[in-house]
Design a protein around this ligand. Structure first.
Ligand SMILES: Nc1ncnc2c1ncn2[C@@H]1O[C@H](COP(=O)(O)OP(=O)(O)OP(=O)(O)O)[C@@H](O)[C@H]1O
Ligand SMILES: [Mg+2]
Length: 392
């Protein structure tokens, strides 16, 4: 959780994209001190540009002694040498120009990584493992890649160490959607089978510079897909789980062996439907299959993409057909294909648009809230058992 200390009550909206939804706005030093005292889950304090430098530095100085893991970031309208040196001397981690939201998001990510290392709770730092979230639909073209790239981008951009794995092994288009030019792919994990470690995983990753999202791309050559054994995929995901907070898995439109393996060790499944009969029918079949495999119902997050399309089928009809509530409705918007064509995820390209707002809700209310922050010590023991408990 973050605190934004700023006298202006509307400031939180201004910085919302960089800060994410898990931020409490407070307007005085006394309130900040009280919340810090009461809530050990606070990881970052962002101090607004109107707060005077002296009280801001006092907070950083006392936090440095009492809570060295707390990140304090100062926003200023203009950053000069005097401010910078006083702030850094007091123990603040970064000083950022208030209107540079990209720099703020980057500073928060760095600060959060440092916090995670200091408290020893980072995924991989303490035996606490990250969460694998598989995005699936048995029908093509419903928005799996759109969702997985944007979920990954948003989680990474707002401070979680996140990996996106493209398991659409023959026709994966994560790389092209994010304009990545991967040197290596999931296929290169095959040669490391049995001894894949953090360094080996790191060598497969291409980083999306704008968000910090790490990506393991699908092979360039579709024929390599058949030469990637299931155990390699499982090994890759299990190693990734030790080093990332979240691993998002994009999938092809069918339950391949690799997809089933990913689902089995996932903490949650994002299942996507659209308002057309074949998509709803396929979702129903997918849910039945998951039921048969013993996958717990509460691990499913149903997303209705293009939920406002006027096509005669209503969201209520989908709920009736699949007998499962919809977690998030994502509207249809021309900005989505436009952002794909530009190679910029919609959450970065149009952060205030309705599609981005809905994707953020999916991430904040249905992913982050479900698993908590790793620094807060989330309990993943149940998920560790695998989704297909006792069936496979
Ligand atoms: N909410 C939306 N509004 C408008 N267009 C959308 C929306 N979501 C996805 N699209 C568009 O639909 C098309 C298919 O999306 P996407 O590639 O994400 O689907 P997919 O399920 O990954 O497909 P495949 O099964 O072929 O991998 C893309 O052109 C994408 O831009
Ligand atoms: Mg796809």
């Amino acid at each position: 959780m973050n605190i934004l200390w700023d006298a202006d009550p509307t400031a939180i909206e201004k910085y919302r994209f960089a800060l994410g939804n898990d931020t409490q706005a407070l307007d005085s030093a006394a309130m900040v001190a009280r919340v810090l005292h009461d809530n050990l889950g606070v990881q970052q304090v962002i101090i607004g540009p109107e707060v005077a430098l002296d009280p801001a530095c006092e907070l950083a100085e006392s936090a440095r002694l009492d809570r060295p893991e707390l990140g304090v970031i100062l926003l200023r309208h203009r950053v000069d040498v005097t401010t910078l040196s006083q702030a850094l001397r007091s123990g603040m981690r970064e000083v950022v120009t208030a209107d540079d939201h990209t720099a703020l998001a980057d500073a928060l990510r760095r600060s959060r990584e440092l916090t995670s290392k200091l408290v020893g709770h980072t995924a991989g730092g303490s035996g606490q493992e990250g969460n694998i979230i598989t995005v699936f639909s048995a029908k093509g073209g419903v928005g799996k890649t759109t969702m997985s790239t944007n979920i990954g981008t948003y989680l990474a951009r707002t401070g979680s160490k996140t990996l996106l794995v493209d398991l659409d092994l023959s026709f994966g288009d994560v790389a092209i959607s994010l304009q990545l030019i991967p040197a290596r792919s999931v296929f290169d994990a095959v040669g490391m089978s049995g001894h894949l470690d953090e360094q080996g995983l790191g060598s497969l990753v291409t980083t999306h510079e704008d968000s910090g999202l790490d990506v393991v791309c699908a092979p360039n050559d579709p024929s390599d897909a058949d030469r990637i054994p299931v155990h390699v995929v499982t090994e890759l995901l299990k190693v990734a789980r030790k080093h990332y907070d979240y691993i998002i898995v994009d999938t092809p439109p069918s339950f391949t062996e690799q997809v089933l393996a990913a689902c089995d060790i996932s903490s949650a499944l994002v299942l996507i439907a659209t308002l057309d009969i074949p998509a709803v029918k396929n979702l129903r079949v997918a849910i039945d299959t998951l039921d048969m495999l013993g996958s717990p119902k509460d691990a499913r997050i149903i997303v209705l993409n293009r939920a406002d399309a006027k096509v005669g089928l209503r969201p209520e009809d989908v709920v009736t057909a699949i007998k499962t509530p919809i977690a998030v409705n994502i509207p249809s918007s021309m900005t989505v294909p436009a952002s794909v064509n530009r190679g910029v995820p919609i959450v970065l390209d149009d952060p205030k648009g309705p599609v981005s707002v809905a994707i953020r809700e999916l991430c904040d209310a249905h992913i982050r809230q479900r698993f908590g922050s790793p620094v807060n010590g989330f309990d993943t023991r149940q998920q560790r058992k695998g989704l297909f408990r006792g069936r496979r």
